[in-house]
Design a protein around this ligand. Sequence first.
Ligand code: CTP
Length: 468
Amino acid sequence: MASLTIRQLDDRLKKLLRLRAARSGRSVEDEVRTILRAAADESGTDVPGPFEPPAPKSAGRAAAAPDTKRVLLIIGGGIAAYKSLDLIRRLKERGIAVRCVLTKAAEHFVTPLAAGALAGEKVFTDLFDPAGEFDVGHIRLARETDLVVVAPATADLMAKMANGHANDLATAALLATHAKILLAPAMNPLMWFNKATQRNLAQLAADGVLTIGPNEGEKAESGERGTGRMAEPLEIAAAAEKLLAASADKPLAGKRMLITSGPTHEPIDPVRYIANRSSGKQGNAIAMAAAAAGADVTLISGPVNLPDPTGIKLIKVETAREMLEAVERTLPVDIAIFAAAVADWRVANAGEQKIKKKAGQATPDLLLTENPDILSTISHRKSKRPKLVIGFAAETENVAANAKDKLARKGCDWILANDVSPQTGIMGGDSNTIQLVTAEGIEPWPPQSKQDVAAMLVARIAAEIADK
Ligand code: CTP
């Protein structure tokens, strides 16, 4: 319920109320009840259940213009929650759509009615509210946002986040979101500097969660000062606006992507192996371009002589089987690109000790067995299949025809075909000439550097995702 008291009304309204109450011989409170009942009767509605603000019919993203940025504001249970109401206004002033989630504790400080009226959208409070789940659902709440702001972020909420709890709507949405998370902590200075809170803060920072504040200043508790005051709504709104602007140049922000790259080494014995001429340059370039476009990239690379790319999770593997295992561990992802030149075969009878050359004896027979086809395995998965699976086709003849055949055989969505005949210099070189093969047809790309191929591919993926 709204905690509006008669004392908070302006003098003119108070006077009118007193007059009406005196005339009808009721108390002022009874007069208010009578007016509200009459208003409900007039509008033909019963006393409403949970508050439904005068919001657009769909509580979904359609409520805002397509290019309107959206913030999911999670209001935690602290005295600073009252400032979050002002934060809603500050965000809306900047043209940002705001959808609110209130924790149970937050409802002690502010009401869904107040938050909903300011946001102009339904407010969500309960993970197990059938109406809410039917309407939007916690997963959509988490997904349909460009940024999550937690204000105030209490010590308890931070602890839950750091440990991956999901036992209420706020924590479940936080766990399910791809969007950046901005925390505005607010708590008593002793709680803020407590080792447990600082440990949780460090964990959250390592998980990529951003914080603003807390500021130093007067606390709600009388006479207390120190660090723990929530950042001002204007500061939080400005930080949110900046983060939203940054995400606009990052068309793959929030997308999880995995890329395989480089050759694999298949051991003959502990010191010898079968390999190929792949340098890993194309896969690395794609990983860097995708990360620059905001994707959360995991690069799974065979042995290469390249510097480790920065800002990218790198998993180093040797063999095809290790690569498949790393790929499966990395799922789920939104996009998977298989740029590795995986060895098709491995030695079935690889020696556990170095195979010795013995005078007068026959040379050893290497018995080959087929490696798992990583691209095909992932493309044909029933669960956790990435939405977009992209393979390469390294060909030395009939490039387009072989690539079309590979697209169908491997079950992927796109194939980047290239001619790896020695005279092209593509394998191990710095440039590449691609033909993009999709179900719609073949798109020849110009000869260009591997970096430019990567940029073109990332732009193509971003356009595809935007279309969908
Ligand atoms: N690939 C894979 N696992 C394998 C072999 C290939 O994931 N064991 C992937 C490559 O990363 C590439 C695509 O499949 O994206 C095609 O690889 P390519 O070497 O061109 O084809 P192959 O499957 O080896 O077929 P072929 O030897 O008949 O050309």
